[in-house]
Design a binder for this molecule. Structure first.
Ligand code: KG4
Ligand code: ZN
Length: 371
């Protein structure tokens, strides 16, 4: 089955063609990031204007490169939320129009569920050093999934594909068991906001990672990175909270400015922030692995592109006695892309009439009865 997938939930405009939920025939992503670097963050109106310009060329390119036309497409998939309303509307209205004009089934996809399904895609190695823990095999149920993106941090347990649950008469939501998530800032949001405090550019995640790598290169790696709190690390649940970390960094940066401490330069602070966020995510997720003993652990979302996070999970899972396989997409499939939407649509193929599909910026991973 060949699916044309469309993803426009944030600042990217993505279109992809995916065969049988695993094989990427094309995956085009146009980003308006350069624009947001100038403004230090995303201005939704600017993002949507760029998406209106690029949506049709991006879809045309996604079809042209594998040499396909509308007759080769079996269905269209589109992200309906969560995300920015102006951005979502560009993708959703385009997908509805194509579904009507081409007479193709239209499959709505929850963006967060899409991130999880990046792990089903066959990943050609655009990042060879990570192949040891980029499993080519598909994840196995029951599985545990941590989704860490710019807007969300969610930890879920899944016994089967959500559609498999609904066709057996249950609610699709029953297949996604929500264990916990952020109570305030998401992990990616924390990276982005703290980068701003440290004077690093947008997007903050890659900027903090690069600055932290400088610290590691130039300093004794035995320096303990424990300056900042690990929020909720010992709490008896699977929730996260990162806004206190932002406050702690802000306070330290201001005192450092006033007192002229030299030991806390930007690289050191970036390394400290990265360590605090990654350690919290890894620690709490591994507690859930110990409790639920899943066959597979899936990490995804933009923050999963972080090298230190990937290596920390690989280390922890290899040390863990129970046989759980670790799946982390190659970095280009961690950040927003349409191929993951095509994969989610294939495994949860429940088309809805084009007239009934609506963009829903407030959708959460808990609303998985609507994929
Ligand atoms: O999943 P994504 O592309 O978009 C959303 O759905 O939000 O995630 C974007 C987030 C941003 O907050 C960005 O700073 C973060 O992912 N990110 C990273 C890295 N690359 C992207 N965070 C840490 N380290 C990275 N290498
Ligand atoms: Zn995303």
């Amino acid at each position: 089955m060949i699916i044309l997938a469309i993803e426009t939930s944030c600042d990217e405009t993505g279109a992809a063609v995916v065969k049988d939920g695993t094989e990427i025939l094309s995956n085009v992503v146009a980003s308006s990031q350069a624009l947001h670097v100038k403004t230090g963050g995303i201005i939704p109106e600017n993002a949507a204007r760029e998406q209106i310009k690029s949506i049709l060329p991006v879809i045309e390119e996604a079809l042209k490169n594998p040499g396909l036309d509308k007759n080769d497409i079996d269905a269209i998939a589109v992200t309906i939320g969560p995300g920015l309303i102006g951005s979502l509307l560009v993708g959703v209205e385009t997908a509805k129009t194509l579904s009507y004009l081409w007479n193709k089934p239209l499959i709505p996809v929850n963006h967060m569920v899409g991130h999880i399904y990046a792990n089903w895609l066959i990943q050609r190695t655009d990042n060879i050093q990570h192949t040891t823990y980029n499993k080519v095999e598909s994840p196995e149920f029951p599985l545990l999934a941590l989704v860490v993106s710019g807007g969300h941090t969610d930890l879920v347990f899944m016994k089967k594909h959500p559609s498999a649950a609904s066709t057996k008469g249950g609610q699709a939501g029953q297949a996604i068991n929500y264990l916990g998530g952020t109570r305030d800032d998401a992990a990616g949001e924390a990276f982005d906001k703290i980068a701003r405090i440290l004077g690093l550019p947008y997007p903050g995640g890659p900027a903090i990672a690069a600055s932290a790598a400088e610290h590691t290169t130039h300093n004794n790696t035995n320096i303990k990175l424990e300056l900042f709190p690990r929020p909720m690390i010992d709490s008896n649940n699977y929730d996260f909270s990162f806004s206190g970390l932002k406050t702690a960094v802000n306070r330290l940066v201001n005192t450092t400015k006033n007192k002229g401490h030299k030991e806390y330069n930007t690289e050191r602070l970036a390394a400290e922030v990265q360590a605090a966020i990654v350690e919290t995510l890894v620690n709490k997720t591994m507690n859930a692995v110990a409790e639920y003993k899943p066959k597979s652990l899936l990490i995804s979302g933009g923050v999963a592109a972080n090298r230190f996070l990937r290596d920390s999970f690989a280390e922890e899972i290899s040390r863990f006695g129970y046989k759980t396989s670790l799946h982390v997409p190659v970095p280009s499939l961690c950040t927003d892309n349409a191929a993951m939407i095509g994969a989610a649509a294939f495994y949860n193929n429940e088309p809805i009439e084009w007239k009934s599909i609506k963009a829903n910026p407030e959708l959460t991973i808990k609303d998985s009865s609507v994929l």
